[in-house]
Design a protein around this ligand. Structure first.
Ligand SMILES: [Zn+2]
Length: 79
């Protein structure tokens, strides 16, 4: 499963404990050369609670490098 979908599915709000999130990728733009060549490394995932709008941000570079993404999701959102 794609990381974005996994987060959307497993998301548990830290504020209101609701499940379900709107997940979007966004680029945190750098300046100059880093902006041109390093865009892939400046992309983050924002997961917004569908109930209260509380948003958490994740770094896909870190998560997509995990062998066992399910275990990380358990850690973030409970088993
Ligand atoms: Zn919430």
């Amino acid at each position: 499963m794609k990381l974005d979908d996994l987060i959307a599915k497993r998301f548990l709000c830290g504020k209101c404990q609701s499940g379900g999130a709107l997940v979007k990728r966004f680029a945190a733009t750098g300046t100059g050369l880093s902006r041109m060549f390093d865009i892939e490394h400046n992309v983050f995932i924002a997961a917004s609670c569908e109930n209260c709008g509380y948003t958490e941000v994740y770094n896909p570079e870190v998560l997509e490098g995990k062998d066992d993404l399910g275990a990380v999701m358990d850690l973030l959102f409970g088993g």
